[in-house]
Design a protein. Structure first.
Length: 124
């Protein structure tokens, strides 16, 4: 599960959404599709057309997994910080109703504006 007390998740890099689509298929509701996927050391975050799914890989073998779903319709506000010249990381802060802030930090060349647009399309 995401450490909501800390509010931060490990730095994430983009991966092919299809690499996790099969794993997530049993969790998705009718009409829901995987749009974007990011991976940290072992854990992943996936944006679907309806929610943000955190995949927390547990144990030595990595077979045990925790899936945390955060519905996009519960987002009250969000903020993005783009990468700079010296600070190459970008950040996304999401404020969820009844939960509080969740921060995702992205490394490298992640198009944070595209993520903001995706959230806006599903929240506004």
């Amino acid at each position: 599960m995401i450490d909501f007390q800390n509010g931060t998740f490990v730095k994430l890099g983009p991966i092919d959404p299809n690499s996790l689509a099969r794993e997530l298929e049993p969790l998705l509701v009718q009409g829901e599709e995987v749009l974007l996927a990011f991976k940290g050391m072992r854990d992943s975050v996936v944006f679907t057309s309806k929610r943000l799914i955190s995949i927390n890989v547990q144990g030595l073998t990595g077979k045990k997994r925790d899936y945390t779903s955060l519905p996009l319709n519960r987002v009250q506000a969000w903020s993005v910080e783009t990468a700079g010249t010296f600070d190459l990381d970008s950040e996304l802060d999401l404020w969820f109703s009844g939960l509080g802030r969740v921060r995702l930090e992205f490394k490298g060349n992640v198009d944070i504006r595209r993520i903001s647009n995706l959230i806006g399309q599903h929240v506004l």
